[in-house]
Design a protein around this ligand. Structure first.
Ligand code: PHE
Length: 460
């Protein structure tokens, strides 16, 4: 088994770098772009509460499971699962989770890079001072005009894709480390500045109330599935990204501490982004449920009206783009690792192939916001972008996560798992087995069933 590791076992030279890389994977568009807009679309408080519960009850155990599987299997997710099931005489069919993750990775990266392209364009737009003194209307129109122009969107998507492939091809870990070490605290500071603006502009109290006062009457069964899916998306779980990174961790890394650190960091950043964005929404009388454009229709207003806003605003979008880049790199890692084990292709060649496939798929998402905005999947009324987004977030990631929990809870021998987690006390062992073996998979399964019944009823 060790042959597979030797080549890249030096990837994270210590546990601190692994934490940074995993946090770099987790913190990205999911926190700053997606969380606020889906919280807005799903009514705020109650949705946020369900999301937090999903992080705690499902996200954390699955993240610990993924890091552990990577560490035990020491290979790409597919190979790691093959290694482990063979070693313990279990069915190798469980490796299907690894294959699912590879497919999911292509789908996610294709639309993730489109949104990251929007962010790149906004770096330039803010630095240029275009939004200085702009009001909500002007900012909204500027965004609409950009989205309506497929060539422009395609251009920025392609730019982000090329940058991602460049870094993926080089297999940089140092760059990743530097990027995360400096850009994450900086994002944090800029979000605090935005919140300060919200307090000054007068929307902050309402923003707090919106995000933290649960009103369960507004919570639909679909919102529960969305919150669950987002818990996986935002923590990079269910598709092997964290498992692939886990394959390179030094033996002495504590799975538990790492998991909690990443989950807390990720959640705090999402909540801060939400608070900042909704403060602007309420200060300017905008609608919380504006959809995927929310970030781009709110944040420029704040920077447009702050002293030095062009500089700080440009910097903000630059940092968001870097956060997206460190996530995008991790999305491709399961594929890269698998193909390099199985073929003689170099990392660069594989990266280019991934780039081309994702680019072709991504064109569909680019067009979803303009030329193809009326082309919708029958039954669900989803555009191409919606379809990929929902298929991955609502089906593939939760399903992958559920299977991962089942593997750790029921397929691997318990003693191996306890040893890896350093669980010595019997109480701790029992609680872990109970959570990962029953609570987590049953919770995901129950949400699936409830949602399926609702869909069937709605379409009868
Ligand atoms: N967690 C990343 C984000 O929040 C997205 C991601 C999903 C990364 C799945 C890896 C795997 O932006």
């Amino acid at each position: 088994m060790s042959e597979q590791v030797t080549e890249r076992s030096d990837m994270w030279s210590n546990s601190y770098i692994f934490v940074l890389a995993a946090a770099g994977s987790a913190v990205g568009l999911g926190n700053i772009w997606k969380f606020p807009y889906i919280a807005g679309e799903n009514g705020g408080g109650a949705f946020v509460l369900v999301y937090l519960i999903c992080i705690a009850v499902i996200g954390i155990p699955v993240m610990a499971s993924e890091i552990m599987l990577g560490k035990l299997g020491r290979a790409s997710p597919i190979q790691a699962l093959l290694n482990l099931t063979r070693k313990h005489n279990r069915s190798t069919n469980w490796s299907i989770v690894g294959y699912m993750g590879v497919v999911t990775g292509f789908l996610i990266l294709s639309f993730y890079a489109v949104i990251a392209g929007w962010v790149c364009y906004y770096i330039v737009r803010l630095f240029s001072g275009e939004f200085t003194g702009a009001d909500a209307n002007a900012v909204g129109e500027a965004f609409g005009a950009f989205l309506a122009d497929p060539m422009q969107v395609l251009l920025w998507f392609s730019i982000f894709m090329v940058i991602t492939i460049f870094f993926v091809a080089r297999g940089v870990t140092r760059g990743l480390e530097l990027c995360v070490r400096y850009s994450m605290p900086a994002v944090f500071v800029l979000l605090l500045i935005l919140i300060g603006y919200g307090i000054h502009a007068g929307g902050f109290i309402e923003s707090m109330a919106f995000l933290f006062t649960p009103d369960f009457s507004s919570l639909s069964p679909q919102a529960i599935l969305i919150a669950l899916g987002h818990a996986f998306f935002t923590l990079s779980l269910g598709m092997g990204a964290i498992m692939a990174y886990g394959a390179y961790v030094p033996q002495d890394v504590s799975v538990g501490t790492t998991t909690f650190t990443i989950a807390i960091l990720d959640t705090v950043l999402a909540l801060l982004a939400g608070l900042a964005i909704f403060a602007i929404v309420f200060a300017y009388g905008l609608v919380p449920g504006a959809g995927p454009g929310l970030l781009f229709e709110t944040v420029p207003i704040a920077f447009g009206n702050l002293p030095g806003g062009a500089l700080f605003g440009g910097l903000f979008f630059l940092l968001v783009a870097l956060a997206a880049l460190t996530s995008a790199i991790s999305i491709s890692e399961p594929v890269i690792a698998y193909v390099s084990e199985r073929s003689r292709l170099t990392r660069a060649q594989i990266a280019v192939i991934i780039g081309v496939v994702c680019w072709v798929l991504g064109v569909g998402s680019v067009l979803s916001f303009n030329v193809w905005s009326d082309v919708k999947l029958a039954f669900f009324e989803w555009t191409f972008f919606d379809s990929l987004d929902k298929l991955t977030q609502l089906v593939l990631l939760p399903l992958g996560g559920m299977l991962i929990a089942l593997i750790v809870g029921h397929v691997l021998p318990k003693a191996v798992v306890y040893e890896e987690l350093g669980l010595i006390r019997e109480k701790a062992q029992q609680s872990w087995s109970y959570i990962v073996g029953y609570v987590t998979p049953i919770a995901v399964f129950a949400v699936f069933i409830i949602e399926a019944i609702r869909e069937i009823q709605a379409h009868l």
